[in-house]
Design a protein around this ligand. Structure first.
Ligand code: ZN
Length: 344
């Protein structure tokens, strides 16, 4: 209690939190899905507020175009291509070493989403695409877990606390499932807006965890240019395929295997159908047969292959940046051969 008082003396004074709320926060488990601008800011806020455990999930690595808006990362991360989940975990650890932290460097898909959130008290949305949000929504409704939807586009953002059985779910107001070949444009963003939206989302999660009962089903619409915040009441749809009819289409859809373009970036990613059973040093030595520039890091390997920057993130992920699709496919085939990985 003395340690709690020293660190959280100002927060303990807040109505709605107090010593009881602090104890609840300290025993709470939170998953942040996506560790880019939105996710890193939410992770920082909930870690500083004193949650007990945080699971950080992201498949991507830090690059220079992330630095203007992503929390807890710097130039050394862009230089090294640090996986976002690991950079975020390092940041959280430096804020509070007593927090339980798990970094998961992987795609979120129908195979792993339930495992990632089933032991969690609330899920935070740090994703950048509707497909993953629809998947989170189905897992949350199926397991009865609350989650906070958060999205940003340009100067605008939207946030909603979703508590299954106590209000609408995401599909109640977004009826059409996102298609995989949907809009793949790079979204304009600025850190002032992503941080504002993340702050609203993390604030709802903290209030939920301490028992301050924030209202679920209120869509908060944020305009970071005009500086306004409005609330729209969303009603539960009695014919909603997810929360009313309990049809979990996204959860039953098999995950994509093989090389695909990453939306909103100029890179390609591949998720291997079988995990690589190689240590990073072994990955490094195999890559050195096809690359003169190989950098082995504690849990990933970066190499330049035929002009492309390749990142191998065992056990399942490969990222290829800086080339067109035809070249990326050739490089991917070479990588699969060099690594002795199974090709789907
Ligand atoms: Zn619904």
């Amino acid at each position: 209690m003395e340690e709690l008082f020293r660190r959280f003396s100002r927060q303990l004074l807040l109505s709605g939190i107090g010593p009881e709320g602090m104890k609840r926060l300290r025993s709470s488990r939170v998953a942040v899905i996506g560790c880019g601008a939105l996710g890193s800011a939410q992770a920082e806020l909930i870690a500083r507020a004193g949650v007990g455990f945080v699971r950080l999930v992201d498949r991507d690595v830090i690059d220079w175009s992330n630095l203007h808006r992503t929390h807890m990362v710097g130039e050394s991360d862009a230089e090294a291509g640090t996986p976002k989940a690991i950079a975020c975990a390092n940041g959280v650890r430096s804020i509070d070493s007593s927090i339980g932290i798990e970094a998961v460097v992987d795609d979120v898909d129908s195979n792993n989403i339930v495992e990632l959130v089933k032991d969690i008290d609330i899920i935070l949305d740090g994703t950048d695409n509707m497909e993953t949000r629809a998947l989170i929504n189905e897992a949350a409704v199926k397991l009865g877990k609350p989650w906070v939807y958060a999205g940003v586009n340009s100067w605008y953002g939207t946030v909603m606390l979703i508590v299954p059985e106590r209000g609408p779910c995401l599909r109640c107001f977004m009826r059409d499932l996102p298609s995989a070949d949907g809009n793949c444009n790079v979204i304009p963003t600025i850190g002032t807006v992503t941080t504002l939206v993340a702050s609203v989302a993390a604030g709802l999660a903290i209030r939920y965890l301490v028992g301050d009962n924030p209202e679920p089903g209120e869509l908060i619409v944020i305009d970071g240019r005009r500086m306004s915040m409005d609330k729209v009441k969303v009603m539960r749809d009695p014919s909603c395929p997810v929360c009313s009819l309990r049809h979990f289409d996204m959860l039953s859809k098999p995950p994509t295997i093989g090389l695909t373009m990453v939306c909103g970036s100029e890179s390609f990613k591949a998720r291997l159908s079988r995990p690589l059973e190689l240590e990073v040093n072994e990955v490094g030595s195999r890559l050195s047969k096809i690359s003169k520039s190989v950098l082995v890091r504690p849990s990933w390997v970066r190499a330049v292959v035929k002009g492309a920057t390749v990142t191998v993130l065992p056990p399942r992920l490969i990222l290829i940046e800086g080339v067109d699709e035809r070249q990326a496919r050739q490089i991917y085939d070479e990588l699969i051969k060099a690594l002795g990985a199974e090709q789907q």
